[in-house]
Design a protein. Structure first.
Length: 451
């Protein structure tokens, strides 16, 4: 069979496949991938486009890196051993084209939706994540800590100022890269408001950090005004210490290790990886259920997600969002640049692309949730009065940024365990675009501008 005739047959066959998808509703994903003979084809059912790569002899055995839920479309000539979900076979007709091949379509990576980010993953990912619970890791953002590892692989990331205008991250891992260890760090200390956010992830969420803001009863440091920034004391009062709390001070090596090759101050060198931490949790009888047999997800409220088959609008109203947490804190301003081709925002920090060396790619997000919250000094007697508090409970103004659009709305969180919900100006919860989510906490004197 000539290349030209094969292309003709495949073109007709894929048109038929597209018509079948169209009749059944929008395709589950935008891009389907096919392998046949000595080359592979990329087929976009929305554009009816076929891209041929005749020089490739390697079958496509993995989904595209940016779309783990892609459909694999297998095309074979009358292969009776092929497992089929859909079949198309058009016999030759007098004077018409030659017989079309039998084309089989099946979901090789089907339909396991992540409860944290709404993305769909291969079933083996679901098997992995359903055996454990979400894991939050504190990652610092001091210039000496850059570049950070792990942020691009987290399902949800929270960012807020820790002290002196320097932001810190809480990276929450559960679904993405579920089958492999993810290096994360540099890991740094806990802060009280991050405890409120990790508490949203069910009963006894895993929380990894190196030490915490504390109250020293012997000296009184950190104890004034009710010791409201005493994160270490709060962890103990919650019953987390030695259980779901994964403090490096209590665990040590080899779960945590220092990377001294970075040639920075010692406090910026601590790293860990997700699989090691999940193994520690399992040793403490903390998998998907706790030691008493209660599932973490029974106390978890997922966000609403938009239909995964719905593509972002092409006419983006805003292509750049700029966030300033503290005016004058140079190097910590953030820009999110929208890419209409992917529907994702690319992160810029301090004027440079924010790259995660763990995957060698710039950090992206499908949705940025901005919550404006009151910020105050703890006034707890700690030197320099650098410890901060945020008004994490109650309600306030918010911006929901996705698909090149900015929705003005509100956030609301009723107690430590409840989910922070984001609603539009009419009080309706905004469905989030499936994908990585960043939650940016901005004080009243900070700014968020769109262009």
């Amino acid at each position: 069979m000539t290349t030209q005739s094969r292309r003709l047959r495949l073109s007709i066959a894929f048109v038929l496949i597209w018509l079948a998808f169209a009749a059944a509703g929008p395709p589950a994903v935008a891009m389907a991938c096919s392998y046949l003979g000595p080359g592979h084809l990329l087929f976009d059912p929305d554009l009816l486009g076929i891209l041929c790569a005749e020089d490739s002899s390697t079958p496509l055995t993995q989904p595209p890196a940016d779309d783990p839920a892609a459909l694999m479309v297998l095309a074979e000539f009358d292969d009776p051993g092929l497992p089929l979900d859909l079949m198309f076979s058009v016999p030759a007709d007098g004077g018409g084209p030659p017989p079309l091949p039998t084309v089989a379509v099946r979901e090789v990576w089907p339909t396991a939706e992540c409860p944290l980010n709404g993305l769909r993953y291969p079933p083996e990912y679901r098997t992995a994540w359903e055996g454990r619970r979400p894991l939050g890791i504190m990652i610092e953002n001091h210039p000496a800590a850059r570049p950070q590892y792990g942020l691009a692989s987290a399902d949800v990331v929270y960012e807020a100022v820790a002290e002196g205008g320097i932001t810190r991250f809480l990276a929450v891992f559960y679904c993405d890269r579920a089958m492999e260890p993810v290096r994360a760090g540099p890991v740094r200390s806990a802060r009280t408001y991050f405890l409120d956010w990790i508490s949203e992830y069910g009963r006894y969420p895993l929380y990894a950090h190196v030490g915490a803001a504390y109250c020293d009863r012997r000296t009184g440091i950190g104890c004034r005004n009710g010791a409201r920034a005493d994160a270490l004391g709060q962890i103990r009062s919650y019953g987390w210490a030695g259980y779901n709390d994964l403090d490096e001070f209590q665990i040590g090596a080899p779960v945590y290790w220092r990377d001294l090759s970075r040639n920075v101050a010692l406090e910026h060198t601590m790293f860990t990886d997700t699989q090691r931490l999940w193994r520690v949790a399992a040793q403490r009888d903390l998998t998907a259920v706790d030691a008493e047999g209660r599932s973490w997800i029974q106390q978890f409220r997922t966000w609403q997600f938009a239909d995964a088959a719905q593509r972002p609008p092409a006419d983006a109203a805003h292509t750049e969002v700029r966030i300033v947490f503290w005016p004058g804190a140079v190097g910590f301003e953030v820009e999110w640049h929208y890419d209409p081709a992917t529907g994702l925002y690319r992160r810029i920090m301090g004027g440079l692309p924010h790259v995660d060396p763990g995957i060698g790619q710039q950090i992206t997000a499908a949705t940025i949730l901005v919550q404006f919250q009151e910020e105050s000094s703890a006034n707890d007697g700690y030197p320099g009065n650098v410890r901060l508090l945020y008004g994490t409970l109650g309600t306030g103004q918010a911006k929901i940024i996705q698909n090149g659009q900015v929705i003005e709305g509100t956030w609301r969180k009723t107690d430590r365990w409840s989910r922070t919900l984001f609603r539009d100006r009419y009080g309706r919860e905004v469905p989030l675009q499936p994908g990585k989510i960043w939650v940016e906490t901005v004080p009243p004197y900070g700014s968020v501008t769109e262009s």
